[in-house]
Design a protein around this ligand. Sequence first.
Ligand SMILES: Cc1ncc(COP(=O)(O)O)c(C=O)c1O
Length: 405
Amino acid sequence: MTLNWTFSLGAQEMKSSAIREILKITERPEIISFAGGLPAPELFPVEDLKKACKSVLENVGPKSLQYSVSLGVPPLRKFLAERLSQKVMALTEENILVTGGSQQGLDLVGKMFLDKGSVVICESPTYLGAIQAFNVYNPHYVTVEMDENGMLTDQVEENIKKYKPRLIYVVPNFQNPSGITLSYERREHLVKLAKEYYVPIIDDNPYGELRYIGKDVPSLKSLGGDLVIQLGTISKIISPGLRIAWIVAPTQVMTMFERLKQGADLHTNTFAQYVVAEYVKDGRLDKHIEEIKAAYGERRNVMIKAMTEYFPENVKWTEPEGGLFLWVELPPEISATDLLQEALKQKVAYVPGKPFHPYEDKDNTLRLNFSNASPEMIIEGIKRLGKVFKENIAQTAKLRKVASK
Ligand SMILES: Cc1ncc(COP(=O)(O)O)c(C=O)c1O
């Protein structure tokens, strides 16, 4: 039956996520997948969460299964306000809204700031999920190039003057997908621009706590205060399945966020919020973060060492100091999208870089995740990828030579 329905312009803008499509294939057990952004399931704190669930049902009881306030349950907001006051800047519960993942935070940001044609300044590449969340509002993206110190803030200034953007979206720590961290100087510059031109900065920060080497850089939120809306999440430090995250925003805009949240889903899962509030008691969270950092830091090192050994010389990559991803650049004539089919034949998977560009205009890059496979699998997977790269780069060079004769 044909459904001759007229869909909203926003819905028509939505494409299915390239990553979700790829993940469907890579979920096959025989494939070594560097494609997803999944934390290591063997490191989830199952026993402690079991205890937390039991305690919530016994001590909070029916209230934990009831509707609750849109901003989030008090013990969780209190915990977040205290933790963020130590780590980021002095703030109170009034500055915090609990969301169903940061992905919902991005949707609420889109609802709050974007109309058809509104300009979003973002990094190139940028987080694919943000593009998806914003696309329904039909914005126009102005992308800013990056180097090893993050987005080129001089370009941001030029673009602010030219396009009068509604917001600047940035993943400043161990960016998804590139792994790059925005330098202190660039953060200061960005905050200065936000102040001068009244543009809010969205500081999307799921990976800030996952630093394996080097020193923390002061957060955009701590440098920019009320000029910055920060998104945080437990997805990469406790569990993504619980869908608990938060928006930190100035009190002046909290009422607006609260109304948008009400319209979206009334409130985030009450039980999950109480469970997280119970789980994080007694310093448990910091201990757990230390454990996962040790494991992911090792996996990062193993991946980089294997790449050095098995990747051909004309392939470059980033060496992130934290997070879950690194970014690979192939010679310009190679399409990472086409090459994925070859990689899948060798039973190894990655995500091509193309969808991380809002206009999908670059195709010789790819993202590798290092948190989800064991060190042994990482070595084997990189070896297979190295073979695919070498063979295809050599073949392309041969074809070019023939064509140029
Ligand atoms: C940069 C970035 N923002 C937001 C999210 C969404 O996180 P959540 O699981 O909290 O929805 C992710 C998840 O990978 C991410 O990498």
